[in-house]
Design a binder for this molecule. Sequence first.
Ligand SMILES: [Zn+2]
Length: 429
Amino acid sequence: MPRLLIQNALVIDPARKLEKKLNLFIEDGLIKSVGTGYPGTARGSFEIYDASGLWLMPGLIDMHVHTREPGMETAEDLKSSARAAAAGGFTSILAMANTEPPVDNPALIRRLRAKAEGLPVNIYFSAAVTCGRSGRDLADLEALKNAGARAFTDDGACVADFGLLKKALRLAKKLKTPVMEHAESLALTGSGIMHDCARARRLKVPGIPREAEVFMVLRDLLLAGSTGGPLHLQHVSCRESARLVTAAKKAGFNVTAETCPHYFTLTCENVKDAAFKMKPPLREGSDRAALKKGLADGTIDVIASDHAPHSAAEKAKGLLKAPFGVIGLETTLGLALTELFYKGSVSRIRLAELMSANPARILGLKKKGRLAPGMDADLTLIDPLARYRVPPRFYSKSVNSPFVGRRLKGRVAATIVGGRFVFRDGRFL
Ligand SMILES: [Zn+2]
């Protein structure tokens, strides 16, 4: 195994609230030491990487990625997801279970885990809460956990049946594995395709009321309260949802929440075409402000991309007919830096919590999310001053991003997984 000394980086460790120019030494795929000067253990030959001017964070973890494998490989697959993740600065991702067929049985999880081995980043898998994601019968959560599932989710839809979700949360508590909920009442969404607002009326498209999310967030939180959780709310988009999560946390519920870059960057006023169509939809300025506040004050725990690739042909069907979803693996870090750090709402340490430490904790990845001896040497080096426009080409197989052409500041300089550079200076190694 290569030995590597990263010199002169601004080391950002959220676990110790540390921000200091230090050297980090890697051996056998693990962090060996973090300190000044040369590490005492470093005898013999090792590679030196001068990281002057760069930030060094524990490897970023995206806990909401649609890898589309099996079944929808024209849009994405495990390999292209892993490459897009590495190019975006992520060292680990959690794959969603709404594939074709859905990941609802242990054999499929095992097969996918074997297939993901040797890819540039770590891919972890979630499993469906219900058989076939049909919402009728609970999947065998214990067997799925034993096969390696890191979370249970019917994402793409919520678990509509109240009793079934309650049962799932009880089991999830026993299994110490979160249920991740896509909080949406389909009855309230109806035929809606964007947020119910003046812009939707101007574009003459049916709206999705905020109640479609807020009502289910309230239901999910109440059930987390009565069962003891663990509940993770996916892609929170409404100000009311953030307020409810604050209250639930105050009451001591076992609850975490994520939001995505499009919700803290854009609003429904930006919607032009199908590249801006996702679920939940882009909301209003007051929602965006509430989410930014929630990211800063601890209400929202995680920034996740909800990377949802769709082929160009599918998205070309137009705002009304195209499928919901946008890609995000390659733009999330730049947007978080530009919209949150550089606009002064979150610190570097908070960013490392939102994008690494908290997802590691929620998914039970005990050797990730902080920079200490013995931890996995999964690292993200960031060039904070890089200025660029989001290019129209991606490592993802799909290009359905609303951010093409947008000016960003700050991006990945290198991605290190298990002590090895997998992506550096815009190239794969
Ligand atoms: Zn979803």
